[in-house]
Ligand binder design. Sequence first.
Ligand code: IYR
Length: 219
Amino acid sequence: MGAPEFVPYTDRYEPDCAPEEAARRFHDVVRRRRTVRHFSDRPVSRETIEWLVRCATTAPSGANKQPWRFVCVQDPATKRAIRVAAEKEEREFYAHRATPEWLADLEPLGTDPTKEFLEVAPWLIVVFRLVRADDGSSHYYVNESVGLACGFLLAAAQHAGLATLTHTPSPMGFLSDVLARPAHEKPFLLIPVGYPALDCLVPKAAIDRKPLDDVFIVR
Ligand code: IYR
């Protein structure tokens, strides 16, 4: 292999204001994101979803291997199949698998095994992590990379005025079957995307963020 080539970094994004102001404005967008479990059936265009996925794929990844696949489900029968399989796992979770501590931690969220949103939200974005490339070659830092891509996707949806839910039915293996994905693709996160229902309620609890002093350390 020859020496790597470099080009000038000219396509920089430069906000029209100071970084403090730009960051504050972005914070004012993302701070209003809420995880929503009560979606409207109002449609969202395929083009919107394509842009969200494009935003996700701008995330950095280990050696730029882009170890992800975004399976975007709008077909009602497929959404139904996902709901049926997810609810089966969730019933097990709430009845047997969750520890008492875990159930107590979930109580303020008011969650239960019923996952109507899996049919109501216009799109379900099922994110898969690719443990290897399609040609069998290596991937690196797969979880970090896919996690970053999901973060970009959630921020992009929020920026577009859309609601998301980070849903992790556990175990998630059924998604590989329902969506007919190969063995080197592992389900990572299920993200319903849409508009909140007009009468959408969100938990009063669990909105506060830790004070900055708890999470921010300067040395
Ligand atoms: N997957 C279950 C339980 C659940 C777990 C966590 I951690 C949450 O933050 C929320 C829910 C469910 O979706 O109900």
